[in-house]
Design a protein. Sequence first.
Length: 510
Amino acid sequence: MVTTPVALGLTVATLVCFTAVGLWFSRGSVGSVEDLLTARGTAGRGRMTATLVASVMGVWILLSAPEAGASFGIAAVVGYAIGEAVPMLAYAKIGPRLRALVPDGHSLTEYAHARYGSAMYAFVLLVSGLYMFVFVAAELTGIASALSLVAGVPQWQTAVLVGGFVLLYTSYGGLRASILTDTVQALLVLPLLVLALGGAVWALGGAGTIHANVVATNPSLLDPGYVPGLTFGLALSFAIFGAELINQTWWQRIYAAEDDATVGHSFKIASLTNGAIIFLAALFGLVAAGNADVVTDVTSAGYNADVAFFVLLESAFPEWLVLAVVLLALLLVMSSVDSLFNALASVVTADLPRLLDDPDDRTLRLGARLLTVGVAVGAVYVSLRARSVLRLFFLADLLGAAVAVPLVYGLFSERLTGFGALASSLGGLAVGLTFFPDFSGLVRSIPVVGGLLPAPDPLYLLAFGGAAVVSSLLTVVAARLSAPTFDHDQLGEEIRSLDDAAGERPEVSD
């Protein structure tokens, strides 16, 4: 297999190349905090589509997507692909609406504050921030674990290298640097993924042999009507939909697009592309289940379906293909982590003019960069220390499923109040937690109430689906019971450009 020096050398070379490109492209172009956080109106259809594709793809597609395929078969593969495609279609409608109502906007939290008030704002800030931070930590954990598994690279070295180099160009160049590097990464990821899948088919003796081995191992994995697979795939659809609607990464990019037509076109193309990529990635798990020593029983001490792709990698891939996969994993991590660094920093920075006394542009830019550094350091630390990132990820998904529809509904309804949105979110969350298996012991320890609760759902459908459906129904009811009171024109009047908030001071070059 690949030696540690070779893997480490490839890692450093890749990081240096993309860092240099990001720094070069953004040199002299970040003259204000608006440039740093939104790159407003700078991305045409090509770059916009590329950044939407690259930003959603992290190393998780080589971990959780194959895990779904290995454990639940083709039905879960299809469900996962649909779940990743649908949110992009939703943004094709949400994006133009948001740009029309809030032309100078920056973040979902400032929208939540302007539309619903302080209570809903605080809840959305908590949910969105937790989800994105856990996403970053999980990405760094994933790439560190992968390189440790295939090449023996110490996990702390990988996490520090990736986090440090990505921090260099994102803290300096902001969203402009991220969009450019995303464009290059998107052009490389899909060919590398196809190469890895084609190489796996070749190394394992062809499609016929792979199919026969899967049938011999567990024929139900190839049954599109396999009930556990359908159930888990549907659960993933609810989880991903909610999580993506509270992901600041997409709210930022809505404003980076040149115009409304670019937003709609790019999100639609990204929907198809992202669904196809997830489908290919999840197929690796199906292949691994029949052609490698993959243990899918979650109660077993030897459970390894969460790294099914890398188990397959060790057992069958030649060294050149392993190197291609290492490069693929690095590109996936960089494309998602740089976007999340920017997104987390922008969520807080957009609110600084409301919290500070007349901050100037330099103060806002410094705040954004310091926040980016803080996020990076914290995420690296958590990635090295945490042992339950996956459980936190699922909890963050549950929170997203509960809050997504109430948050977005206010863009189209004048009737929904801040209290109604918050109550709907909390109602959906309560139902989701009732069936959520990861914390079932804690929930059922509540005196009196705990003993009356139904059993948790090990496949998560009642948890994620219950949170999404109940919060959606409560949102509609809450809006129906309220009189039309909100004037959407208020959003554009209250949310202004950060250059305006900084007193329209002249730009200062870096």
